[in-house]
Design a protein around this ligand. Structure first.
Ligand SMILES: NC(=O)c1ccc[n+]([C@@H]2O[C@H](COP(=O)([O-])OP(=O)(O)OC[C@H]3O[C@@H](n4cnc5c(N)ncnc54)[C@H](O)[C@@H]3O)[C@@H](O)[C@H]2O)c1
Length: 327
């Protein structure tokens, strides 16, 4: 298969591109290599990917529709996986405009081209943040209410889902939106808790603990996320779409939730070092807890995330120490 992966220099994009190129799919990875976090980390991810003859990289911004069009024309992808986005809930409180341009205009450019070039499957990253402030313990399925986004980031993800629906309906484009729940692991994102806490604990700096630690998350280990994402991407088109519109949305997350306080304890245990905590109120835009319902995922892919948090954190810390040469 020829697969175009956007956001290939990003955390999830890198892992997906690596897995699919190992399996001899022809991968074209694109990314604008923006400086939201370390560009060195992004370039190092690409360096690893480039070791495979099945992987090519182009520095492109999703906002540049002309360049994107040339890419579609030349590469003629069978499948597009859109993982490029301005990520991060908290940053969107300060810089909402960046989210609108990459996540809405950029997304629109890509899905239009995917539809014009009649690709077989358009898969894109959505997020658990579309569920807003709802009580995750009462979350039953993907069709539950998603009309109360708490941040512009969440608004952009919900808009992606709506745009995808319209494209599936109007142009018969097969789309699958994947609502990721806090993905973590080696090569992870420096703006996320595990990375930030590890870095700060190792350098004896205070860690910021929101809502006085009374928060919980469905933490999803990257290898689980990629195994499942690969199945979603390559899955043959099903025949029984609702109203015959080839549109799907699925949660990709662990059904086990971990309290923030337990999460910090596991990091401390692995680093053999205590943290210095600064307790802060709940940050605007943040959900108190997230918890994935995995019924649909199991039905669609026959599997769900299983890696235990202890093992996942241990693997991350081993990678972190090796990458930053910490003994
Ligand atoms: N990691 C998670 O826990 C998580 C949870 C929910 C949703 N998501 C979504 O999954 C996707 C991948 O997340 P990630 O954790 O790998 O994030 P990431 O920031 O590591 O990767 C995103 C990549 O997209 C690139 N990018 C941003 N804007 C672009 C543009 N306009 N044109 C081209 N490239 C652009 C960035 O340079 C980056 O390398 C994102 O859409 C994110 O919103 C991630």
């Amino acid at each position: 298969m020829k697969i175009l992966i956007t956001g290939a220099a990003g955390f999830i994009g890198m892992h997906l591109a690596r897995t699919l190129s190992t399996k001899k799919h022809k991968i074209l990875g694109i990314d604008n290599l923006n400086n939201y976090y370390s560009t060195k980390l992004k370039k190092d991810r690409i360096k690893i990917l480039k070791k495979s003859n099945y992987f090519k990289f182009l520095k492109v911004d999703l906002k540049n529709k002309k360049k994107l069009n040339l890419i579609f024309k030349k590469f003629q992808p069978d499948i597009v996986v859109n993982l490029a986005a301005q990520a991060g809930v908290r940053y969107s409180l300060k810089y909402p405009q960046k989210y609108l341009s990459s996540n809405i205009i950029g997304f629109f450019n890509l899905i239009e081209l995917a539809s014009n070039y009649k690709i077989k499957h358009f898969v894109y990253a959505s997020s658990s943040s579309v569920y807003g402030s709802r009580d995750f313990n009462k979350l039953n399925s993907e069709s539950d209410m998603t009309d109360t986004p708490l941040s512009i980031y969440a608004v952009t993800k919900k808009t992606n889902e709506n745009m995808a629906y319209t494209k599936s309906y109007l142009n018969n484009l097969r789309t699958t939106g994947v609502r990721f729940f806090t993905v973590y692991g080696p090569w992870g994102r420096p703006d996320m808790a595990l990375f930030k806490f590890t870095k700060k604990i190792l350098s004896n700096k205070e860690i910021e603990v929101y809502n006085n630690g009374k928060m919980s998350r469905s933490f999803t280990y990257i290898d689980d996320a990629i195994n499942i994402l690969e199945k979603i991407v390559l899955k043959k088109q099903k025949k029984n779409y609702k109203y015959n519109i080839p549109f799907d949305i699925v949660n990709l997350g662990s059904k086990t939730t971990i309290k923030l306080t337990s999460f910090i304890k596991i990091i401390e245990k692995n680093l053999k070092k205590k943290s210095i905590k600064r307790f802060l109120p709940l940050q605007d835009g943040d959900s108190l807890s997230t918890k994935a319902s995995t019924k649909k995922l199991k039905l669609l892919c026959g599997s769900e995330p299983t890696t235990k948090i202890n093992k996942g954190i241990k693997n991350f810390i081993n990678w972190y120490k090796k990458y930053y040469k910490i003994t």
